[in-house]
Design a protein around this ligand. Structure first.
Ligand SMILES: [Zn+2]
Length: 334
């Protein structure tokens, strides 16, 4: 009887938990077995950092590869392999990882955005594969951003694409309407046998709070829009820039977190009196006192809701989340 009551209690709890905490299944990464819906990879950040690589098969020909907490998507085509991204410092391990699931050669690297930490090892890979030439693909926006920002570590883009990318039997949707992390950030949806894999970098990082300033977001309001767009798109499993495999529930967590940051900032704006800070001669002092009071208030409210159980990471990143969002909202009077 005691056992029955216990099970009923668990059932009740299960039905009342937040929509964004479904039952994830944690299993060791497998290059052979397809992942199940809501399956994530077991292990800590430390494990993921010290292992030479981890591979998880997502569909018959699409794989998640993780090296040193950087993730890429690998697509096996009719004759060769395509990688989406080639993070700095991962090149040799990525080539090893590919060998764990196919004998086909790597022919193509696609760049998701113009940050060298995600695409910088294309030159290392090219050196390993020489004299064979690699195709380097990106959107025109990424190609231009690499040139404008003088990012010279990654190999030069050899071909550009628009809203569809074709690779040896795969047709990949290209979404270029993501502008928060960087204006050129490109999101890809790959479909095989009814399963849709999304490759979305530096936006959502499952099983952790977001990195400092939401991964050094260039525009926090555009970033919020990106999260809404990610939520609205149709896909099943996400390859993220770092951390674990992602699902809609992980995106929803970030979406709710941002809504809370914004609401607490609005409450802070409402209750804070600028005239109280109008002391001394310098406008820097007036504004610092006023804006810090709002940011501190919102940060305190976020701590009440999100700090418990993840104190270490909250204390490192949460203040930056509030601050970056505050200034993006303040500038636009949102
Ligand atoms: Zn980035």
């Amino acid at each position: 009887m005691k056992h029955l009551l216990f099970s009923l209690g668990s059932l009740f709890l299960a039905s009342t938990v937040n929509a964004y905490t479904p039952e994830f299944i944690y299993k060791p990464a497998s290059a052979l077995e397809l992942s199940l819906p809501n399956q994530k990879v077991t292990g800590t950040h430390r494990d993921r950092f010290v292992k030479p690589y981890e591979v998880q098969r997502l569909t018959k020909n699409i794989y998640w590869i993780s090296v040193a907490n950087y993730n890429v998507t690998a697509v096996v085509g009719n004759k060769s392999v395509m990688l989406i991204d080639a993070p700095h410092g991962t090149g040799k391990n990525l080539l090893q990882a590919i060998k764990s699931f196919t004998d086909k050669p790597l022919s193509t690297i696609v760049y998701s955005h113009a940050h060298a930490d995600h695409v910088g090892d294309s030159h290392v890979i090219a050196k390993q594969l020489a004299p064979k030439q690699l195709n380097i693909l990106s959107s025109t926006e990424v190609k231009n951003a690499l040139e404008t920002h003088k990012v010279t570590l990654p190999l030069k883009v050899t071909h550009t694409f628009d809203n569809t990318l074709k690779f040896e039997g795969h047709t990949i949707q290209v979404h270029d309407n993501f502008n928060g992390h960087t204006p050129d950030n490109t999101v890809f949806i790959l479909e095989e046998h009814g399963r849709k894999v999304i490759h979305a970098i530096d936006l959502v990082h499952p099983d952790q709070l977001e990195f400092r300033s939401f991964s050094n977001v260039e525009d926090a309001i555009a970033y919020k829009n990106d999260i809404d767009t990610l939520m609205a798109l149709d896909w099943d499993v996400m390859v993220t820039g770092h951390s674990n495999l992602g699902y809609k529930a992980d995106v929803q967590f970030v979406q709710d977190y941002i809504i809370d940051v914004q609401n607490f900032i609005r409450q802070g704006l409402e209750k804070t009196d600028f005239s109280k800070h109008f002391k001394g001669e310098s406008p820097f002092t007036w504004y610092a006192g006023y804006t810090n009071e709002i940011i501190d208030f919102a940060h305190k409210k976020m701590a009440e809701k999100y700090r418990k159980g993840r104190e270490e990471e909250f204390d490192i990143v949460a203040y930056s989340h509030v601050r970056v969002m505050f200034w993006a909202m303040f500038a636009r009077a949102l």
